[in-house]
Write a protein that binds this ligand. Structure first.
Ligand code: PLP
Ligand code: TYF
Length: 394
């Protein structure tokens, strides 16, 4: 049956990680995959997660199915975390999903089921898996101008010029915060302009929020999302607990949606439930049960917030040190490294230098030059900067 089948392409990020794992050079640096690491290079389990897990194990008396929509308390708490307490209870619907990845695919399928002529607009560049997920749902994918390689900031004018051409068959994917892969985020003013344009032209906004709390704070990182979602008649949103709860392998996230009426919103949710039933039926429980336990307990919630903000501070301090180390060696302005938000930055390292860093210095970045700042321990910053100087002089 499968004799003539050829292999599918590798996941480029995972492939890079295993390449680094196999590298026996002791000075190697894995700055590829987007996983947070502390100063010791570890990705620890949050204290609040450990505590919640222990009480769950002790208290849980059944593993019977939870329900089609997942854990309702989790869905409600996540919606408040993302949209703030004031969300429109009559129109917003939330479904627990296996990671933001699961949410992206279900919502992509929902778009395809509703409108076969839809075009998905992604930022140029965007998260590696966006295009394949939307294409797998049978949707057309195009890119709007986003990152300005010269300034390392968002080119808001070019973005707005493109989005103003769109209409009711278009879906615009926006990164809620901590843009993957560039680190360059939209200002609140730009979110406001995008909101106005969506109201004027009718395009559907689709927010991907994978790093809430990894930029400035849980509240500030959600500002743009809250502004937009409170004003547009309809939106889609995928969110992840992989990074901000450190629950990567538990596969926990949400798909959120709002239609122009209560009835439209109910139809959207019922279609999403039917799409989930067509693939995995119900989401895994463990991660969502942990998040629900943390968000419903004041002391666990406070502990989680402290740990998360310590991680954010660690990333910010790495950004400061990296900027200094680079400005010390290169006659260039690297202030954008401190302005970028979240784990990633694109420093403008070309493909040849990325390759030389890998082969000659055992430093692994993605082919597009994306660097996981959180993968860089303080003790490795000098080595990274020296290596970059060496390969750029070759
Ligand atoms: N969206 C973006 C922008 C991401 O960077 C990621 C990866 O972390 C995801 C979605 C998928 O995350 P999850 O692990 O929740 O599936
Ligand atoms: O962009 C990243 O590195 C993270 C983690 O197929 C990731 O989002 C990497 C590869 C992948 C899914 C997630």
């Amino acid at each position: 049956f499968f004799e003539s089948l050829s292999s599918a392409p590798h996941d480029p990020i995972m492939a890079l990680s295993s390449l680094c794992l196999q590298d026996s050079r002791t000075q190697k640096l894995d700055l590829g995959i987007g996983v947070y690491r502390n100063a010791l290079g570890q990705t620890p389990v949050f204290d609040a997660v450990k505590a919640a897990e222990q009480s769950l194990v002790a208290a849980q008396d059944s593993k019977a199915y939870v329900g089609m929509q997942g854990h309702l308390g989790f869905n409600h708490a996540m919606t408040s975390l993302i949209l703030g307490e004031q969300w429109d209870k009559s129109r917003v619907r939330t479904l627990q999903t296996p990671g933001a990845s699961g949410a992206l695919r279900l919502l992509a399928d929902l778009i395809a089921r509703t409108n076969t002529d839809a075009t998905i607009w992604l930022s140029d560049p965007s998260y590696t898996n966006h295009e394949p997920i939307f294409r797998a749902a049978g949707l057309d994918v195009r890119y709007y101008p986003y990152f300005d390689a010269a300034t390392k900031q968002v080119n808001g004018d070019a973005m707005i010029a493109q989005l103003s051409q769109l209409g009711a068959n278009d879906v615009v994917v926006l990164h809620g915060c901590c843009h993957n892969p560039t680190g360059a985020d939209m200002s609140l003013e730009l979110w406001q302009q995008v909101t106005e344009l969506s109201l004027k032209t009718g395009f559907l906004p689709f927010i991907d929020m994978a790093y809430q709390g990894f930029g400035r704070s849980l509240e500030e990182d959600a500002q743009g999302t809250r502004y937009l979602t409170a004003r547009v008649p309809s939106f889609l949103l995928a969110s992840s607990c992989s990074k901000n709860f450190g629950l990567y392998r538990e596969r926990v996230g949400v798909a959120m949606m709002a239609g122009h009426s209560e009835k439209a919103s109910d139809s959207m949710l019922s279609q999403l439930l039917s799409l989930a039933r067509n693939s995995y039926t119900m989401p895994p429980d463990h991660g969502a049960a942990i998040v629900a336990a943390i968000l419903s307990n004041e002391s666990l919630k406070a502990s989680w917030q402290v740990e998360l903000s310590n991680m954010t501070q660690h990333i910010q301090s790495t950004r400061q040190q990296l900027r200094q180390a680079l400005e010390h060696r290169f006659n260039r302005d690297y202030s954008f490294i401190e302005q970028h938000q979240g784990m990633f930055s694109m420093l403008g390292i070309d493909a040849d230098s990325v390759h030389r860093l890998r082969t000659q210095k055992a430093i692994y970045l993605l082919d597009n030059g994306r660097l996981n700042i959180a993968g860089l321990a303080p003790s490795q910053i000098e080595y990274f900067a020296d290596s970059l100087l060496a390969v750029e002089r070759m």
